[in-house]
Ligand binder design. Structure first.
Ligand code: FES
Length: 574
């Protein structure tokens, strides 16, 4: 293993040379209150923190940053906290996905422009994980990721409540007239009881698990509840390890090869993870110079069983998963499907980190011979309605809808949907196919999580709880139902979804991986010739940059100028 000398540290160019600039940097560090002995010759560890008072999933990260600093000091490093924007899934509108690439850019440039030798990335709420990792991958500095950790289970009158999933369920019950205000106010009080990210296997738990299986966290980090003492210990240990990473100069490019991404896909499927992982992993892989496509997910989905019995696909919550052994225990169960010899930030191979992994509860982490579902939870559909692909999490859908033909009921954008969905005169039956367009990466804008279209109240009252829904939107990882998502190309750029009319027959056949609009090609050509591209809502600012450069869902929704590895020079420090 290589070990840098203090003169080879990146920060040496800021602090250690005989130049006016270096003199100025040392003087300004005195101004920060640090003597030369406290920092000179030590690796500078940036603590990239997404703490915010509008992000309940990260509200404990200010405290955790102190624990990371403790670890950095203990190991002989110099910690510096670098606040970056927080992407609060709950509060940020129109959608955090609009800003994922902005946080990725901020992370990359923050690390590049400062005297940082290695970094600890702190996040967990949905898009923060891919954003921080995408930025770090592009900068290619040694980093360790500290997941914010899931919150404790929700509770209402003795019932465990899961983030998102149980909110949608209770809301549907309320719309169906089955529960009243008292129940809803009890659920409101009890569904989010502590700091930490959503504690179902939603996007947050999926993406922090992805960070771990990729080898970018300490082993076991992703499953630790946010408020557990073990979480504080993991934060301090990550700080200590970041110092080691700086000396070893172990960069993401040495960790994140094709095998790492293949294992991440496998883990997402075994977890019954969020469909959002498809987009984020493709974007991350492209930044690593690794080709990852929808087909990789579909191929893996046919052979990887879903073993984690976690909501929304299963029944348990993240604390149960942690107590059952957490991600290492699950990975131990699919050891034969993984690449065990690849490196991780821990300094050990993936296989070595799984050596002691043990499942403590077969109900939560199922045995291979008793999976939640024999096939993985995602299918990639293609056809004349989605030439570049669409995804469905079929493990979370009613089986009767996995092969279905029905008449389309089309909504142009989310506003139109909310205005008309409960219109009693709409010809919607349980067999209708609800279509939402104008909700993709450009049309949304930001590809909001509107893909779990609400079921009309009239049908809810009749007991209907799932319908076939198709959109170019995403869906929250905590959602469920027969929702075909990420239809590409999106309608806003002229994808076939733009051509669908009320009453057109649409067929979904998950087994055959087919999504078809049953309209003759000549008629579609006629409609296409009359189609007019919608304009952009942005005239200036970040939105116009986004609109000009965002790529489609099957390409990971990165900006076209950010994909690919390397390409940016180190700043001149003289
Ligand atoms: Fe932050 Fe769900 S709202 S993870």
């Amino acid at each position: 293993m290589q070990r840098l000398t203090p003169e080879q540290l990146r920060s040496h160019r800021w602090y250690g040379t005989e130049t006016l600039r270096s003199f100025s940097h040392r003087a300004r560090t005195r101004q920060l209150g640090l003597s030369a002995e406290e920092h000179m010759g030590k690796p500078v560890i940036g603590i990239v923190n997404t703490w915010s008072e509008l992000n309940p999933c990260h509200i404990h990260l200010r405290e955790r940053a102190q624990e990371v600093k403790r670890g950095v000091w203990q190991a002989g490093g110099y910690p510096v906290e670098l606040p970056v924007m927080s992407l609060s899934e709950t509060f940020q509108k129109p959608t955090t996905m609009l800003y994922r690439n902005l946080l990725a850019m901020e992370t990359e440039e923050m690390l590049r422009s400062h005297p940082v030798d290695a970094a600890v990335l702190m996040g967990g709420c949905d898009k923060t994980t891919p954003a921080l990792l995408m930025g770090a991958i592009s900068m290619d500095l040694p980093v360790v990721f500290v997941p914010s950790g899931p919150m404790i289970p929700g509770a209402y009158r003795g019932e465990a409540l899961g983030s998102g999933s149980d909110m949608w369920r209770y809301w549907a019950d309320k719309q169906a007239g089955l529960v009243g205000e008292n129940v809803m106010s009890g659920v409101e009080e009890g569904i989010a009881r502590s700091p930490g990210h959503c504690m179902t296997m939603g996007t947050a738990s999926t993406m922090t698990s992805v960070a771990e299986v990729l080898g970018m966290t300490l082993p076991g980090a992703a499953s630790i509840p946010a408020v557990a003492s073990a979480h504080s210990r993991m934060a301090a240990a990550s700080g200590r390890r970041a110092v080691g990473l700086a000396w070893e100069d172990l960069r993401p490019s040495a960790i994140l090869g094709a095998e790492a991404y293949a294992d991440a896909v496998t883990a997402v499927l075994a977890l019954g993870g969020s469909t959002n992982a498809v987009i984020h992993l493709i974007a991350m892989a492209r930044r690593s110079g690794v080709e990852l496509t929808l087909d990789h997910f579909d191929e893996a989905s046919r052979r990887v069983p879903v073993l984690a019995d976690l909501r929304p696909s299963g029944g348990y919550l993240m604390e149960d998963f942690y107590l059952a052994g957490g991600l290492p225990a699950l990975l131990g169960r699919i050891r034969d499907l993984l690449h065990l010899d690849r490196p991780t930030v821990s300094g050990r191979t993936l296989g070595e980190t799984l050596q002691d992994a043990e499942v403590h509860d077969d109900k939560v982490i199922r045995r291979r011979d008793a999976p939640l579902s024999a096939e993985g939870g995602l299918a990639v559909l293609r056809g004349n309605l989605a030439p570049a692909g669409a995804v469905i999490k079929h493990v979370a859908a009613e089986p009767r809808l996995l092969r279905h033909t029905g008449p389309a009921v089309v909504f142009d954008g989310h506003r139109d949907l909310m205005r008309r969905i409960d219109d009693e005169s709409l010809p919607i039956t349980a067999d209708s196919v609800l279509v939402l367009r104008g909700a993709g990466p450009r049309g949304g804008p930001g590809m909001p999580e509107h893909g779990m279209l609400p079921i009309p109240g009239r049908l809810l009252r009749m007991g209907v709880r799932d319908m076939l829904r198709i959109s170019d939107a995403r869906m929250s990882g905590t959602s469920y139902g027969a929702c075909v998502l990420h239809v590409a190309p999106e309608s806003h750029v002229g994808g076939p979804l733009a051509l669908v009319r009320d009453g057109d027959l649409i067929t979904v056949d998950v087994e055959a991986r087919r999504l078809s609009l049953e309209v003759p090609e000549e008629e579609l050509a006629r409609r296409r010739s009359r189609w007019q591209a919608p304009g952009t809502v942005y005239r200036r600012g970040y939105g116009s940059l986004y609109d000009a450069h965002i790529m489609q869902a099957d390409e990971g929704c990165d900006f076209d100028f950010l994909t690919g590895a390397g390409g940016a020079p180190e700043p001149d420090t003289e």
